[in-house]
Design a protein around this ligand. Sequence first.
Ligand SMILES: Nc1ncnc2c1ncn2[C@@H]1O[C@H](COP(=O)(O)OP(=O)(O)OP(=O)(O)O)[C@@H](O)[C@H]1O
Ligand SMILES: [Mg+2]
Length: 249
Amino acid sequence: MTAAIRTRGLGVTFPSRQGAVRALHNLDLTVEPGTVFGFLGPNGAGKTTAIQVLLGFIQATTGTAALFGEPVTESIARERIGYLTENPDTYTFLSGRELLTMTGRLFRMSGRQIRLRTGQLLEETGLTAVADRRIAGYSRGMRQRICMAQALMNDPDLLILDEPTGGLDPLGRMEVRRLIAARRAAGKTVFFSSHELSEVELVCDRVAILVGGELAAEGRVDELIRPGESLERYFIELATSKNRGKEQR
Ligand SMILES: Nc1ncnc2c1ncn2[C@@H]1O[C@H](COP(=O)(O)OP(=O)(O)OP(=O)(O)O)[C@@H](O)[C@H]1O
Ligand SMILES: [Mg+2]
C-alpha cells in the first residue's frame, strides 16, 4: 500500500547570520495509511520544520518527501490533507460558520454539503453556541477549535496537526483525542506533533522521536518502552542522553 507519508534522507538547513542552522537531518519516516502517528521531540527538535516541508511551505535542503506517493512539491499532494498550524489564527472578522463556509467553497463543496458539514463540525468542536459570533471575540481555545474544524472541512485522508492540544482545557483535549480516534475509525491517517505524552500513549499506533533534528527512535509505543515505564520517562532519557552525547563530541 502507498504510504500516507514517506520521507527519505530529508534535511533542512536554515541560513542565519550566526551560521547555518541544521533543523532537520537525514529523516527517514514512513506513515502507513489508516494509522495515528505521533511526532515527538523537545522544543527546537525540528517537528514544525518537517511538517512545513510536508505541506510544501518550505523546501527541503536534501532528500525527498511524498504524500500518498506524490512528491510534496506537487500541489496535487496537498489536495487530500487537512492541516492545523502550531499557532492557529485565522480571519477574525468572519464568524466561525462563515469561516467553515468559505473553506467549503475553496474545496468546491456544494451548498448542501457545506451546510451539513459545517453544522456537524461546529457540534463536534463544541462551537455551535458561538457559531455566528465573530472569531475576533473567541477565546484562544475556541480559535484552536474553529481551526481544527476548518482542517476537517474537506474530510481529509491525511490530517496533519502541529500540537493540536496546545491551548485546550482538559475537556478540549479529550475531544481532540476522540476526534483523532474517529478519523482512524473512518480509515483516515493522522500525523500529529505533541508534548502531551500521556495522550500520545493513548491514541498513537506509532511514534517517532526527534532530537536535535535527527530521528532518535521510531516504533510502536509498547515496543519502545519497557513494561511499567512511561513514554514520558523514555522521552526524557532519550532527549538527555542524546544531548549529553553532543556535548561530549
Ligand atoms: N525560519 C527559520 N530560520 C532559522 N531557523 C529556524 C527557522 N525555523 C526554525 N528554525 C530553527 O530550526 C530548529 C527546529 O525548529 P522547529 O520549529 O522545527 O522545532 P519544533 O520541534 O517544532 O519545536 P517546538 O516544540 O518548540 O515547536 C530550531 O533550532 C529553530 O530555531
Ligand atoms: Mg513546533
